[in-house]
Design a protein around this ligand. Structure first.
Ligand code: ATP
Ligand code: MG
Length: 580
């Protein structure tokens, strides 16, 4: 493409509402323009990159036997009523009425529509497995749209849905998608990690998020630093193993004693007052689980993990108790709850609490705590279980290695749905014995537009973006410094023709601009390869080649250019971990 005929409205300044680097650079490089909050136009350059991401996704989905379809963006409310999500989904679902007053919504996801499609088509086990996917615009009325394409309200997603006749088939479908995702993110050239995520009621290891590693990510993930171990999990999911030795909890412990702790409500205040460290204290948290009071105990310096508690409660909704409930169940103001004498039938404790005894806890009495608490002796714990959030000082639950927290951007999610939608919507088939059964489903999303942004979050410098070659809007920028030197212009034209013939996606900067402008634009946009042809080079029979990522420049001979260029190009791709 000749840049003299292309439209790239670059900006000198960062837009005032842009907080993260990808948002700034996508705007400044003339790739996107804001229409309104969380909604963008893709300009020609931006769309080129988006399409490259989409095509890699498409190729790998096709290879994994997923079949491309296109479902509507506008969906009838009736379908959402069938699954109960019309009421449950909340304000992210944009609801509209048609001229007859009927309910519709803009699709934030397509489980309802795809299940409706498949129940109308598939009748027999012979038609299964089936995996349908689409690459399409989604709408979610996000509470805080921000960071440009990272969290838009309208965004492009690939969503796939698998249908199987039994559990084993569903697990195969899941694995096939998991492997396809690894190929997709590798081919795009991103540093990423598959991360275990909570699979709620389904249980097992059937929910993985794929995270692009970048300091600016919104999510924190726990990653094992042992090179031989692949453990990575989001904080909701990350397991903490039970202590190996629980003998200390059975040690002698004096009888419980009350101590006055006037005006101390928080763990910090209690510890400061009693001059103890927080790991000597048991924190008692109260929850309302379907109307029933439940207490959960964790060490004073730990955070309760709500998702782990919810799963322990069979996946029921759990709510932190209100102030009134706390007062009713403890008989004391907030801040003095403890496991002894609590009006709560079920008490669960984090299994770390088995490793010690002689605790301090709330006394269920205003301005009072107890000391010398032995959990086994003084209260009835229904179960010791993994209930807290992992920390960086915990060992890896798989190999015992060192855990570190890293920031990640969620770019994909594979998830086993089981029978949730097929049961609710009666999507059944006849098995080998003529018996009617609900199909077993999985769903698999990729944030196509978010990938573009996360590629920049991961790869940029003070001059601009640095695109991985496979998804760069153009793989190469050929800069002609011809000016009045007609011979340079002629040779640049010739090189351009040659590169086009070689099938290279090249941006040919033939604009009548100063060299400085051309260099700055090329760096800002972040083409991974630049070729610069000037008068001096032409005289010496060379063209300068720059690797945008490393800044390294080499000279390629004009004589035998094709061969030298091909070798250089392979090196550049290799530096991104990619083979051509
Ligand atoms: P998040 O936790 O970031 O809101 P999600 O769990 O809601 O993501 P899914 O419903 O699993 O996301 O959607 C599949 C993929 O779509 C995500 O992995 C992400 O890459 C992308 N995605 C989700 N919401 C947005 C958004 N508001 N803007 C851009 N991409 C998004
Ligand atoms: Mg979301």
């Amino acid at each position: 493409m000749r840049l003299s005929r292309f439209y790239i409205p670059t900006l000198k300044e960062d837009p005032s509402d842009a907080e993260v680097v990808s948002h700034k650079l996508l705007m400044r490089a003339g790739m996107i323009r804001k229409v309104t909050s969380g909604i963008y136009n893709y300009l020609p350059l931006g769309l080129k990159s988006l399409n490259k991401v989409a095509n890699i996704v498409r190729e790998e989905m096709n290879r994994a036997y997923a079949l491309e379809v296109l479902m509507p963006m506008v969906q009838p409310g009736d379908l959402w009523q069938e699954t109960g999500r019309w009421d449950f989904y909340g304000s992210e679902l944009l609801r509209v009425k048609d001229r007859h007053g009927r309910d519709y919504c803009l699709g934030p996801t397509h489980e309802e529509v795809v299940t409706d499609l498949v129940r109308g088509e598939v009748k027999s086990y012979k038609q299964l497995p089936l995996n349908l996917y689409q690459i399409q615009t989604k709408f979610r009325d996000e509470i805080r749209p921000r960071f440009g394409l990272m969290r838009g309200r309208e965004f492009v997603m690939k969503d796939a849905y698998s249908f199987d006749k039994d559990e084993a088939g569903a697990e195969d479908s899941y694995r096939l998608m998991f492997e396809a995702y690894k190929k997709i993110f590798s081919r795009i050239g991103l540093r990423f990690r598959p991360v275990q995520a909570d699979s709620g009621a389904i249980g097992g290891d059937f929910s993985h998020e794929f995270h692009v590693l970048a300091d600016t990510g919104e999510d924190t993930i726990a990653v094992c630093m042992n090179e031989k171990c692949e453990y990575a999990a989001n904080l909701e999911k990350a397991k903490v193993n039970a202590p190996a030795d629980d003998s200390a909890s059975k040690a002698e412990c004096p009888a419980i004693e009350e101590i006055a702790t006037p005006g101390t409500h928080t763990v910090e205040e209690v510890c400061a007052f009693l001059e103890i460290s927080a790991d000597k204290l048991v924190k008692t948290l109260l929850f309302n689980v379907d109307g029933e009071p439940v207490a959960a105990l964790v060490r004073g310096d730990r955070e309760i993990n709500d998702v782990k508690l919810r799963n322990l409660m069979g996946g029921n909704e759990i709510d932190l108790a209100s102030e009134d409930e706390v007062k009713e169940w403890t008989g004391a103001p907030v801040g003095f709850a403890g496991p002894v004498g609590l009006k709560v039938k079920r008490i669960f404790a984090d299994h770390e609490l088995c490793a010690s005894t002689d605790w301090v806890a709330g006394a269920n009495k205003g301005d009072t705590h107890i000391k010398h608490l032995s959990l086994g002796r003084d209260c009835k714990i229904e179960k010791f279980a993994d209930l807290r959030v992992i920390t960086e000082s915990d060992p890896c639950p798989d190999c015992g290695g060192k855990i570190e927290f890293t920031k990640g951007i969620e770019v994909g999610h594979v998830f086993k749905l089981g029978e949730k939608y097929s049961k609710a919507m009666d999507a059944t088939f006849l098995d080998e014995n003529g018996k009617s059964k609900p199909m077993i489903m999985g769903c698999y999303g990729i944030g196509v537009s978010r990938i573009m942004a996360s590629a920049i979050e991961q790869n940029n410098d003070e001059s601009g973006a640095i695109f991985p070659p496979a998804i760069a809007p153009f793989e190469l920028c050929l800069i002609s410094l011809g000016g009045k030197d007609l011979a340079v212009g002629e040779k640049a034209e010739e090189l351009y023709g040659q590169l086009m013939e070689m099938g290279i996606d090249v941006a040919y900067d033939d604009r009548k601009e100063r060299p400085g402008v051309k260099f700055a634009d090329a760096d800002l946009i972040g083409y991974p390869m630049q070729l610069v042809l000037g008068g001096k080079g032409l005289k010496n029979g060379i063209v300068e080649a720059k690797n945008r990522k490393t800044g390294e420049k080499i000279e390629l001979p004009l004589e035998g250019f094709a061969e030298a260029f091909t070798a250089w190009r392979a090196e550049i791709w290799q530096s991104w971990g990619l083979t051509l």
